[in-house]
Design a protein around this ligand. Sequence first.
Ligand SMILES: [Zn+2]
Ligand SMILES: [Zn+2]
Length: 389
Amino acid sequence: MKAVCWHDKHDVRVETVPDPTILNPRDAIIKITSTAICGSDLHLYEGNIPTMESGDILGHEFMGEVVEVGREVKNLKKGDRVVVPFTIACGGCFFCKKDLWSLCDNSNPNTWMAEKFYGHSPSAIYGYSHLLGGYAGGQAQYARVPYADVGPIKIPDGLEDDKVLFLTDIFPTGYMAAENADIEPGDTVAVWGCGPVGQFAIKSAYMLGAERVIAIDRFPERLLMAQEQGNAEVINYEEIDPGEALKEMTGGRGPDRCIDAVGLEAHGTDAMAVYDEIKQGVKLETGRPTALRQAIVACRKGGTVSIPGVYGGFADKIPLGAIVNKALTLRSGQTHVQKYLQPLLERIQQEEIDPSFVISHRLNIEDAPKGYEIFRNKKDNCTKVVLKP
Ligand SMILES: [Zn+2]
Ligand SMILES: [Zn+2]
């Protein structure tokens, strides 16, 4: 089959690799009909996530048709259309039973690697380094789906791929970000980053009762999308200081809830951003937390900072003083996708939201390297690339 393979920084290739096979009775094999490149794949593309190996198959946002199931998978059969959550989880451990699927204790065979960095291992993720399991990803024609009896959700006929594909990750991720922000009716929510996760965080914030959403980015087309699709007020941080602007827009109090949908490769215009570039360049820091710092400083006293943005390792100069002295709450986590599949599918079916609004490019899988390149460089107003295998 064809698959998108990672080789090195800025080096992904479409290659012919062996088809996946059932390895475990709870596996299913999916023939992929749609798969997407995620903002978090760009961290791999930039070589900023450790423990990738040459030849690893990328991709954690995919859906398709079941072509084979292991003998213990009773809920799926050949021909079912399914969306696959990016977090691989067993469904039976202490954490899965608490609905904390991205913390599954059983899906990562390489826990020792994650334990070195994090103390404990989170769940595995498709196509996202050996530290997170080393599973082959879904930017391919087929994928092996472990724990297929508890992970994938069946999609009713009549809902096209584009509408449901983002249940794999970015819609639940934006939604959980808003949920983690503890939004109360009447709140003002500020969202850093108007990429796809930011866009879904904006929409979800309104679903959860926000009165105003203010979005921060530097790309005019993304800010426009936040305005037009998300009904957000916007700040271009290259034109005005976001901290000052947020203060002014909230009568000096600051936004009640702040969401960092940027993560470890934030850009900035201040001296600290230069410091981060240098430290990350010489590997003394793994992330550039400009957005997170701004969120913490901008947040109103007693507010919440929610972090859906990806951070892999260590970041410097986090304003702990502001967290403590303003009594902030910080919440984060990889998304517990399995928990959100059914309720968010229902919102799509009820036409509360059509997630396909973020798609800017549809490419054949052969063109994946080009897809990575334009997405990375935000060329051609690229917000989201969907690949057709
Ligand atoms: Zn993703
Ligand atoms: Zn589990």
